[in-house]
Design a protein around this ligand. Structure first.
Ligand code: ADP
Ligand code: MG
Length: 248
């Protein structure tokens, strides 16, 4: 069986600067992979290239997602095909409530799948169910998207979006940045619960989140390449010894 996501020798640049340098990575269905690496290694760029961000040019290589050529798809089609992105800094959308935003996202997905729009009652029931699972009060739906949300609430909101959209692959970029210990624990536990139901790429600096999530694979990225791959013990080792350790 083919992996869900396969990057083959991807080089990507912005302007003159090459950021990803012949990077290869395979993610199987239901697998959780962590990507660690120092600042500037190209981790967020990798996420942006997968999302189809127009700032980045893919100069070389191929990306297959669920057997399709991802690079030929526009960002909206990538999302509809089951790719979900959680960004390091979620945007605020004043004037649009969370309910409106989530309903729109769900109906667009129906449209893409050539299914009938969801009835109002079915939509409400689905929203209620997911809120309950995640222990979120329904007042959360009536607030503007991310407006005045704490770091933890923004991340919780993204996980709610994810639970509703049920992507095949979710990429979480520095989901732990700006979280206090309690929020980190909550988000980590929630991701641990989701783990296995879809494939996950967790980009993080810190081993703490990974202790909670227990990823199947850990990769170290440096200068646009994956330089080491291993089990979750690799995260622990990096926390103790740093990135600049020789491969023994
Ligand atoms: P990481 O997420 O691992 O910290 P990034 O992917 O954000 O790294 O950045 C990798 C390198 O590419 C950095 O040197 C950064 O300055 C550069 N870079 C990323 N995006 C852009 C951009 N839009 N324009 C110019 N340089 C960029
Ligand atoms: Mg980054």
């Amino acid at each position: 069986m083919h992996p869900l996501l396969e990057l083959k020798n991807i080089s990507a640049s912005t302007g003159e600067k090459t950021i990803l340098d012949e990077l290869s990575l395979s993610i199987g269905e239901g697998e959780t992979h962590a990507i660690m690496g120092p600042n500037g290694a190209g981790k967020s760029t990798l996420a942006s290239v997968l999302a189809g961000h127009p700032d980045y040019e893919v100069d070389k290589g191929e990306i297959l997602f669920a057997g399709k050529d991802l690079l030929s798809m526009d960002p909206a089609d990538r999302a509809h095909a089951g790719l979900f992105m959680s960004f390091q800094y979620p945007i605020e959308l004043p004037g649009i409530t969370n309910r409106e935003f989530l309903e729109k996202a769900l109906q667009e997905k129906q449209k893409y799948l050539e299914k009938k729009p969801l009835e109002k009652e079915a939509l409400e029931a689905l929203l209620e169910e997911r809120l309950k699972e995640m222990n979120i009060s329904s007042a959360f739906l009536d607030r503007g998207v991310n407006v005045g949300f704490s770091g933890g609430e923004k991340k919780k909101n993204e996980l709610l979006q994810m639970a509703l959209l049920q992507p095949k692959l979710a990429i979480l970029d520095e989901t732990d940045s700006g979280l206090d210990v309690d929020a980190l624990k909550l988000i980590g536990q929630r991701i641990h619960e989701i783990k296995g139901s879809c494939s996950l790429i967790i980009i993080t600096h810190y081993a703490k989140l990974l202790e909670l999530i227990q990823p199947d694979h850990v990769h170290v990225m440096m200068e646009g390449k994956i330089v080491r791959s291993g089990s979750k013990d690799l995260a622990k080792e990096i926390e103790e010894l740093g990135y600049a350790v020789e491969v023994s």
